[in-house]
Design a protein around this ligand. Sequence first.
Ligand SMILES: Cc1ncc(C[n+]2csc(CCOP(=O)(O)OP(=O)(O)O)c2C)c(N)n1
Ligand SMILES: [Mg+2]
Length: 388
Amino acid sequence: MAATAAKSGTSSSKNSGSSKNSGSSRNSDGKSGSKSGGRSRAKSGDGSAGAAKNHVSDVVIHFDAPAPEKFSTEQELKAYRDMLLIRRFEEKAGQLYGMGFIGGFCHLYIGQEAVVTGIQMAISEGDEVITSYRDHGHMLSCGMDPAGVMAELTGRRGGYSKGKGGSMHMFSREKNFFGGHGIVGAQVPLGTGLAFANRYRGNDRVSLTFFGDGAANQGQVYESFNMAALWKLPVIYVIENNRYAMGTSVVRSSAQTDFSERGASFNIPGMQVDGMDVRAVKSASDMAVKWCRDGKGPFILEMQTYRYRGHSMSDPAKYRSKDEVQKMRAEHDPIEQVRHRLIETKAASEEDLKAIDKEIREIVGKAADFAQADPEPDISELYTDILR
Ligand SMILES: Cc1ncc(C[n+]2csc(CCOP(=O)(O)OP(=O)(O)O)c2C)c(N)n1
Ligand SMILES: [Mg+2]
């Protein structure tokens, strides 16, 4: 990891490896100029301009992502298994939705699996996670029971919210998962509050507060940034930049499309990360977690990622081309990357990976069976778990 110091600071060269690897040429419609957001940009070798861009007083606010660490075979297999569980779970949820078993909204995480998986590999027990409505992957990654999550999607009594919350509203105190929030950006002050509580109690827990590129334009995000920086709260703001907020691409909605710089006004450092590469996510998260545990305050990780499916199950995704999606799937799929490495290095055989796939399909199949067979909540449940 390298802090972009005054002399080396150039925005255009920043994190080029990550952008190249992820295929995340952010502004695919050719409006890359919007990245500068009207601020003067440092040119390569222009030390003084670099200083102006990358520093607020003497505080470094931009870090280049560290080179992705090499995973051991054990780590590769864990990442493969964990990401595959999310993928297969989401595929099954999509099927059940199509069959009418799931009502209301359902936002799938397919394509973004490396983000939660890499972060979970970097955090410790006791650290807390809070996110938006695109939350099934986060729950599975926290170790929540797939059957309990699926049963919540189908509105059954064995679901995590007794069938009364649905896809966007599930929690687990045991696993330190704080939801599941349907209001865009609402989880950001809550995640900041979790960090405040940890700081107040003097423990070393970190709050992982996830939100999207669209949510990053919400006012409450910046109120939270201010407090987090002021009180040096141990919170990592993970901006999952999947390039779209519903049907609106980041270049159409955001004046500053480099989300790692969104904390600049508050002296919060940030980093852009190839969110399609689980190793890159893990390495960047290690650094951010250490930053927080060392008492240095908040950190922003912009995860450059992509969702393959529409915004929710009811979105035909006509605002982007099939080619764009196909290209990401073919060239940057997070699961395929690990699979490829495992096979290439002979760390695992096709048979080994097939056996893992079979095992995962069984777990997901059982979860789906339970979610269809479990009864709906009793009518008396209408009067419980409510504020009076
Ligand atoms: C306060 C608020 N405004 C608008 C909406 C409607 N809405 C739901 S999701 C969404 C887009 C958010 O996009 P992003 O933050 O990029 O997350 P992603 O869906 O890509 O994961 C919007 C506008 C909402 N739920 N809450
Ligand atoms: Mg988005």
